[in-house]
Design a protein around this ligand. Structure first.
Ligand SMILES: [Zn+2]
Length: 309
Protein backbone atom coordinates (compact mmCIF):
# COMPACT_ATOMS: atom_id res chain seq x y z
CA UNK A 1 0.00 0.00 0.00
CA UNK A 2 1.50 3.29 -1.03
CA UNK A 3 0.19 6.78 -0.58
CA UNK A 4 -0.39 8.95 -3.63
CA UNK A 5 2.44 11.26 -2.55
CA UNK A 6 4.78 8.45 -3.55
CA UNK A 7 4.06 9.33 -7.19
CA UNK A 8 6.50 11.82 -8.70
CA UNK A 9 6.15 13.27 -12.18
CA UNK A 10 8.79 15.40 -13.95
CA UNK A 11 7.97 17.42 -17.04
CA UNK A 12 10.68 19.01 -19.19
CA UNK A 13 9.61 21.88 -21.43
CA UNK A 14 11.25 24.49 -23.65
CA UNK A 15 9.34 27.70 -22.88
CA UNK A 16 6.81 28.96 -20.34
CA UNK A 17 3.35 28.10 -21.80
CA UNK A 18 4.35 24.74 -23.36
CA UNK A 19 3.53 22.95 -20.09
CA UNK A 20 0.02 24.37 -19.88
CA UNK A 21 -0.80 23.73 -23.55
CA UNK A 22 0.54 20.17 -23.58
CA UNK A 23 0.03 18.94 -20.04
CA UNK A 24 -2.12 21.43 -18.10
CA UNK A 25 -4.90 18.97 -17.34
CA UNK A 26 -2.42 16.19 -16.50
CA UNK A 27 -0.47 18.42 -14.13
CA UNK A 28 -3.63 19.71 -12.42
CA UNK A 29 -4.98 16.19 -12.02
CA UNK A 30 -1.84 14.70 -10.48
CA UNK A 31 -1.28 17.73 -8.25
CA UNK A 32 -4.88 17.49 -7.02
CA UNK A 33 -4.42 13.78 -6.35
CA UNK A 34 -1.38 14.52 -4.17
CA UNK A 35 1.36 13.44 -6.55
CA UNK A 36 4.54 15.50 -6.63
CA UNK A 37 4.67 17.39 -9.92
CA UNK A 38 7.94 19.03 -10.96
CA UNK A 39 8.22 21.31 -13.96
CA UNK A 40 11.61 22.14 -15.49
CA UNK A 41 11.44 24.86 -18.14
CA UNK A 42 14.61 25.33 -20.17
CA UNK A 43 14.30 28.97 -21.31
CA UNK A 44 12.28 32.06 -20.42
CA UNK A 45 10.81 32.33 -23.92
CA UNK A 46 12.46 35.73 -24.38
CA UNK A 47 12.18 35.54 -28.16
CA UNK A 48 8.42 35.04 -28.31
CA UNK A 49 5.92 37.30 -29.98
CA UNK A 50 3.50 39.26 -27.83
CA UNK A 51 -0.25 39.23 -28.44
CA UNK A 52 -1.61 42.15 -26.36
CA UNK A 53 -0.78 45.46 -28.06
CA UNK A 54 -0.25 47.09 -24.65
CA UNK A 55 2.63 44.73 -23.93
CA UNK A 56 4.28 44.87 -27.37
CA UNK A 57 7.18 46.84 -25.88
CA UNK A 58 8.38 43.70 -24.02
CA UNK A 59 9.73 41.95 -27.13
CA UNK A 60 13.41 41.21 -27.73
CA UNK A 61 13.69 43.87 -30.46
CA UNK A 62 12.34 46.59 -28.11
CA UNK A 63 12.72 46.47 -24.28
CA UNK A 64 13.81 42.80 -24.26
CA UNK A 65 12.00 42.25 -20.95
CA UNK A 66 9.68 39.47 -22.09
CA UNK A 67 11.63 36.81 -20.16
CA UNK A 68 11.02 38.43 -16.78
CA UNK A 69 7.39 39.01 -17.68
CA UNK A 70 6.93 35.37 -18.62
CA UNK A 71 8.28 34.21 -15.25
CA UNK A 72 5.26 36.01 -13.80
CA UNK A 73 2.92 34.38 -16.29
CA UNK A 74 4.31 30.94 -15.50
CA UNK A 75 3.95 31.56 -11.77
CA UNK A 76 0.30 32.48 -12.25
CA UNK A 77 -0.29 29.46 -14.49
CA UNK A 78 1.23 27.06 -11.98
CA UNK A 79 -0.94 28.55 -9.22
CA UNK A 80 -3.96 27.73 -11.40
CA UNK A 81 -2.77 24.13 -11.80
CA UNK A 82 -1.77 23.70 -8.14
CA UNK A 83 1.85 22.96 -9.05
CA UNK A 84 4.47 24.33 -6.65
CA UNK A 85 7.76 22.77 -7.79
CA UNK A 86 8.76 24.91 -10.78
CA UNK A 87 12.35 25.36 -11.91
CA UNK A 88 14.27 26.86 -14.79
CA UNK A 89 17.10 24.69 -16.06
CA UNK A 90 20.30 26.11 -14.56
CA UNK A 91 18.27 28.98 -13.04
CA UNK A 92 16.17 31.68 -14.74
CA UNK A 93 17.86 33.04 -17.85
CA UNK A 94 20.70 30.47 -17.94
CA UNK A 95 19.63 29.44 -21.46
CA UNK A 96 18.09 31.91 -23.85
CA UNK A 97 15.18 31.26 -26.21
CA UNK A 98 16.62 30.31 -29.61
CA UNK A 99 13.71 31.42 -31.79
CA UNK A 100 12.28 29.43 -34.67
CA UNK A 101 14.57 27.31 -36.90
CA UNK A 102 16.77 29.38 -39.20
CA UNK A 103 16.57 32.74 -37.44
CA UNK A 104 19.82 34.49 -36.38
CA UNK A 105 18.96 33.94 -32.67
CA UNK A 106 19.89 30.26 -33.23
CA UNK A 107 23.54 31.32 -33.48
CA UNK A 108 23.60 33.57 -30.44
CA UNK A 109 25.95 32.38 -27.72
CA UNK A 110 23.89 31.49 -24.66
CA UNK A 111 20.86 30.35 -26.60
CA UNK A 112 19.54 26.93 -25.65
CA UNK A 113 20.04 25.52 -29.17
CA UNK A 114 23.81 26.19 -28.87
CA UNK A 115 24.07 24.71 -25.37
CA UNK A 116 26.22 21.65 -24.88
CA UNK A 117 23.76 18.79 -24.42
CA UNK A 118 25.81 16.96 -21.78
CA UNK A 119 26.40 20.14 -19.81
CA UNK A 120 22.72 21.05 -19.83
CA UNK A 121 21.74 17.44 -19.08
CA UNK A 122 23.99 17.51 -16.02
CA UNK A 123 21.87 20.33 -14.61
CA UNK A 124 18.78 18.20 -15.16
CA UNK A 125 20.43 15.15 -13.58
CA UNK A 126 20.74 17.18 -10.37
CA UNK A 127 16.95 17.68 -10.40
CA UNK A 128 16.25 14.02 -11.27
CA UNK A 129 18.42 12.69 -8.45
CA UNK A 130 16.87 15.13 -5.99
CA UNK A 131 13.22 14.57 -6.94
CA UNK A 132 13.52 10.91 -8.04
CA UNK A 133 10.58 10.91 -10.44
CA UNK A 134 9.18 7.60 -11.67
CA UNK A 135 7.79 9.29 -14.79
CA UNK A 136 9.29 11.87 -17.17
CA UNK A 137 7.37 13.67 -19.91
CA UNK A 138 9.00 15.53 -22.78
CA UNK A 139 8.80 15.94 -26.57
CA UNK A 140 9.74 13.59 -29.40
CA UNK A 141 13.04 13.94 -31.29
CA UNK A 142 11.52 16.63 -33.55
CA UNK A 143 10.49 18.59 -30.49
CA UNK A 144 6.91 17.91 -31.57
CA UNK A 145 7.08 20.38 -34.45
CA UNK A 146 10.66 21.38 -35.15
CA UNK A 147 11.31 24.34 -32.83
CA UNK A 148 15.03 24.25 -31.93
CA UNK A 149 14.39 24.73 -28.20
CA UNK A 150 11.90 21.88 -28.20
CA UNK A 151 14.35 19.60 -30.04
CA UNK A 152 17.03 20.57 -27.54
CA UNK A 153 14.69 19.96 -24.58
CA UNK A 154 14.14 16.45 -25.97
CA UNK A 155 17.89 15.86 -26.31
CA UNK A 156 18.71 17.20 -22.87
CA UNK A 157 15.90 15.27 -21.17
CA UNK A 158 16.83 12.05 -22.96
CA UNK A 159 20.50 12.39 -22.05
CA UNK A 160 19.64 13.24 -18.45
CA UNK A 161 17.57 10.05 -18.13
CA UNK A 162 20.68 8.05 -19.14
CA UNK A 163 23.15 9.96 -17.02
CA UNK A 164 20.97 10.05 -13.89
CA UNK A 165 20.82 6.25 -13.89
CA UNK A 166 24.59 5.83 -14.20
CA UNK A 167 26.18 5.44 -10.75
CA UNK A 168 29.54 6.46 -12.20
CA UNK A 169 28.22 9.82 -13.42
CA UNK A 170 28.90 12.66 -10.95
CA UNK A 171 28.07 10.85 -7.70
CA UNK A 172 28.20 14.26 -6.02
CA UNK A 173 24.78 14.98 -7.51
CA UNK A 174 23.23 12.18 -5.44
CA UNK A 175 22.58 8.46 -5.78
CA UNK A 176 21.78 7.16 -9.26
CA UNK A 177 18.10 7.16 -10.16
CA UNK A 178 16.50 5.26 -13.01
CA UNK A 179 13.30 6.85 -14.32
CA UNK A 180 10.92 3.95 -14.86
CA UNK A 181 8.77 5.45 -17.63
CA UNK A 182 9.46 8.11 -20.25
CA UNK A 183 6.67 9.61 -22.34
CA UNK A 184 6.48 11.95 -25.32
CA UNK A 185 3.63 14.40 -25.76
CA UNK A 186 1.30 13.30 -28.53
CA UNK A 187 -1.97 14.26 -30.19
CA UNK A 188 -3.85 11.54 -32.11
CA UNK A 189 -4.59 12.59 -35.67
CA UNK A 190 -8.28 11.71 -35.39
CA UNK A 191 -8.63 13.86 -32.28
CA UNK A 192 -7.02 16.94 -33.81
CA UNK A 193 -8.90 16.51 -37.11
CA UNK A 194 -12.20 16.42 -35.25
CA UNK A 195 -11.14 19.23 -32.92
CA UNK A 196 -10.07 21.53 -35.75
CA UNK A 197 -13.36 20.93 -37.58
CA UNK A 198 -15.22 21.92 -34.43
CA UNK A 199 -12.94 24.94 -34.07
CA UNK A 200 -13.82 26.07 -37.60
CA UNK A 201 -17.49 25.81 -36.72
CA UNK A 202 -17.55 27.36 -33.23
CA UNK A 203 -14.37 29.23 -32.28
CA UNK A 204 -14.22 33.05 -32.38
CA UNK A 205 -10.91 33.32 -34.26
CA UNK A 206 -10.24 34.68 -37.75
CA UNK A 207 -8.82 31.37 -38.95
CA UNK A 208 -8.13 27.79 -37.95
CA UNK A 209 -4.80 26.02 -37.50
CA UNK A 210 -3.73 23.10 -39.68
CA UNK A 211 -2.85 19.71 -38.13
CA UNK A 212 0.79 20.51 -39.09
CA UNK A 213 0.67 23.56 -36.77
CA UNK A 214 -0.06 21.31 -33.79
CA UNK A 215 2.97 19.69 -32.11
CA UNK A 216 3.15 15.94 -31.66
CA UNK A 217 0.39 14.85 -34.04
CA UNK A 218 0.71 11.14 -34.88
CA UNK A 219 -1.39 8.27 -36.16
CA UNK A 220 -3.79 7.13 -33.46
CA UNK A 221 -2.06 3.76 -33.09
CA UNK A 222 1.16 5.40 -31.86
CA UNK A 223 -0.57 6.78 -28.77
CA UNK A 224 -0.26 4.52 -25.71
CA UNK A 225 -1.85 6.67 -23.06
CA UNK A 226 -4.86 8.96 -22.78
CA UNK A 227 -5.11 11.04 -19.63
CA UNK A 228 -8.64 12.19 -18.94
CA UNK A 229 -8.27 15.61 -17.35
CA UNK A 230 -11.73 16.87 -18.20
CA UNK A 231 -12.45 17.48 -14.51
CA UNK A 232 -9.59 20.01 -14.65
CA UNK A 233 -10.66 21.78 -17.85
CA UNK A 234 -11.20 25.09 -16.05
CA UNK A 235 -7.78 24.93 -14.42
CA UNK A 236 -6.08 24.19 -17.74
CA UNK A 237 -7.92 27.06 -19.43
CA UNK A 238 -6.95 29.39 -16.56
CA UNK A 239 -3.30 28.31 -16.77
CA UNK A 240 -3.22 28.90 -20.51
CA UNK A 241 -4.92 32.29 -20.11
CA UNK A 242 -2.24 33.24 -17.56
CA UNK A 243 0.26 33.10 -20.45
CA UNK A 244 -1.48 36.17 -21.85
CA UNK A 245 1.43 37.35 -24.00
CA UNK A 246 1.35 34.01 -25.85
CA UNK A 247 -2.18 32.61 -25.79
CA UNK A 248 -5.72 33.84 -26.29
CA UNK A 249 -8.26 31.50 -24.69
CA UNK A 250 -11.77 31.76 -26.10
CA UNK A 251 -14.59 32.57 -23.67
CA UNK A 252 -15.80 29.27 -22.20
CA UNK A 253 -12.33 27.74 -22.58
CA UNK A 254 -12.95 25.22 -25.37
CA UNK A 255 -10.58 26.83 -27.89
CA UNK A 256 -7.44 28.92 -28.00
CA UNK A 257 -5.10 30.68 -30.41
CA UNK A 258 -1.40 31.50 -30.36
CA UNK A 259 0.07 34.71 -31.80
CA UNK A 260 -0.90 33.60 -35.33
CA UNK A 261 -4.57 33.98 -34.23
CA UNK A 262 -5.43 30.58 -35.70
CA UNK A 263 -7.91 28.68 -33.55
CA UNK A 264 -7.21 25.27 -32.04
CA UNK A 265 -9.18 23.02 -29.72
CA UNK A 266 -8.17 23.22 -26.05
CA UNK A 267 -7.80 19.50 -25.32
CA UNK A 268 -8.58 18.32 -21.81
CA UNK A 269 -7.81 14.70 -22.53
CA UNK A 270 -4.03 14.71 -23.03
CA UNK A 271 -2.18 12.04 -24.97
CA UNK A 272 1.19 10.36 -24.64
CA UNK A 273 3.45 7.79 -26.19
CA UNK A 274 5.37 5.56 -23.79
CA UNK A 275 8.90 5.33 -25.23
CA UNK A 276 10.84 3.81 -22.33
CA UNK A 277 9.66 1.48 -19.62
CA UNK A 278 6.90 -1.08 -19.44
CA UNK A 279 3.28 -0.16 -20.08
CA UNK A 280 0.58 -0.84 -17.53
CA UNK A 281 -1.66 -3.87 -17.88
CA UNK A 282 -4.26 -2.21 -20.13
CA UNK A 283 -3.71 -0.22 -23.33
CA UNK A 284 -4.34 2.56 -23.84
CA UNK A 285 -3.16 3.42 -20.35
CA UNK A 286 -5.24 5.98 -18.46
CA UNK A 287 -2.53 6.73 -15.89
CA UNK A 288 1.14 7.66 -16.42
CA UNK A 289 2.05 5.63 -13.33
CA UNK A 290 0.19 2.50 -14.47
CA UNK A 291 2.05 -0.73 -13.75
CA UNK A 292 4.67 0.83 -11.47
CA UNK A 293 5.64 -0.50 -8.09
CA UNK A 294 5.93 2.75 -6.17
CA UNK A 295 7.63 1.15 -3.19
CA UNK A 296 10.87 0.79 -5.13
CA UNK A 297 14.03 1.75 -3.33
CA UNK A 298 16.57 4.32 -4.58
CA UNK A 299 18.15 3.25 -7.84
CA UNK A 300 14.85 3.57 -9.59
CA UNK A 301 11.23 2.51 -9.52
CA UNK A 302 10.74 -0.97 -10.90
CA UNK A 303 7.69 -2.66 -12.30
CA UNK A 304 6.22 -5.30 -10.00
CA UNK A 305 7.38 -7.95 -12.45
CA UNK A 306 10.97 -6.71 -12.33
CA UNK A 307 10.96 -6.66 -8.54
CA UNK A 308 9.66 -10.23 -8.43
CA UNK A 309 12.68 -11.48 -10.36
ZN1 LIG B 1 7.72 26.33 -26.85
Amino acid sequence: MTSTSDRRLLLVHAHPDDESINNGATMARYAAEGAHVTLVTCTLGEGGEVIPAGLAHLTADRDDTLGAHRIGELTEAMAALGVTDVRFLGGPGRYRDSGMMGVPDNDAPGCFWRADVDEAAGRLVAVVREVRPQVLVTYDERGGYGHPDHIQAHRVATRAVELAADPAYRPGLGPAWRIAKVYWNRVPRSVITRGLAETAEKAPFPGVAEPADVPGVVDDGVVTTALDGSAYADRKAAAMAAHATQITVAPGGGFFALSNHLGQPLLTTEYYQLVSGRAGPRLPEDDLFAGLDLTAAPGGAATSEERAR
